[in-house]
Design a protein around this ligand. Sequence first.
Ligand SMILES: [Mn+2]
Length: 403
Amino acid sequence: MKELKHYMNLRRQKLLNLVKGNDVLLILAPPVYIRTADQHHDFRQSSDFLYLTNWEKENSALLFHEGKFNLFIEKPTPMRLLWDGHVPDIDEAKVITGIDNVFYKEELPSHLSKFKNKNLHYDFGKHAANDKFVLEYAWNSITSTQNSVGILRMIKDEYEISMLKKSCEISALGHKDAWQKLRPGMNESDFSLEIEFAFRKHGAQRNAYGPIVAGGKNATCLHYSSNNQKLNENELLLVDAAGEYNYYASDITRTFPINGWKSGGTHEQQIIYQIVLEAQLKSIAIAKIGMRPMEQHKQTIEWLKEGLLKNGILKDPEHIKKLYPHGTGHWLGLDVHDESPREINGEAVEYVPGMVFTVEPGLYFYAEMAEIYPKFAGIGIRIEDDILITENEPVVMTAAIGK
Ligand SMILES: [Mn+2]
């Protein structure tokens, strides 16, 4: 593997074919959000920005026009240096990013006001303050960066694959450590602390997303985030959590009985677990060159349905839509839900080597379904791994945590 700069250069070259002619691409760092008084929420650079520059700093912008990249950064003032420490200047920014045209951010408006009726590629709708700034200029149209940077980010280069493998590995090891510490009577928050500590210990810099630590029926809430209830014997624990490594995400879900499969796990929990596991294994096995994510999803729904029918559980085939109310997977990369398209020019994207995504079927017997299936009331099971498409078999990058 070569240095990151080598790959960033290639990415920037490839962008020439996706941001054509007179079009303009503008990537703004997210605003720094105030939490209270002089305290701020944690800043994380936009992934598109990182992908093209490796520039981590706030108050910055990347402008691409007619084959030229221009980077705009914050001026290091004595005040800033006093309170926040080192802020790289223009010369340092050139070295970090490999971009020769670097300016201080005060100069960005004069660059933008030169453009009249151009097509702009910009990630609209994320940050109101940035949108407002962008709309002060006269654009002909605004297109999502999903159709340019997003298309590039869909196929990972050698550097990204090595980062993603590492991210998946440390998250899987973190799961392994934390699950060994699980005891009935613990609180969801105790487990959350254990697993977050384990991710960091193995090398993650932060969480890839807010952890879901859901005991018992909390697991039937798809994005449960309270993580503050007691973990009871004879219930299941669903944990959807992973760390971020050098800005690369991973995404893992495991569901196990709180007192382990050997001693715990009711008959009903075991049946549903096996159905989800079988569907997940089959779904991973068909993730090969040429497969379309939507086709994979449809087949996964069928396998879950078949499993429920085979065990005499499903009372109405239509119920599968409610028992499995989410997609089978999503792109994974710098973001946990990487914003690459699923369709390009109306054509569904097919898997090719270098694509990375999750496979995460589940079954959830929440209140409405629990009334129809009382024996399974409160069971929520999801199993999620991260997959790399290769020339041969799909690679499960999160295999270090069993299932
Ligand atoms: Mn996921």
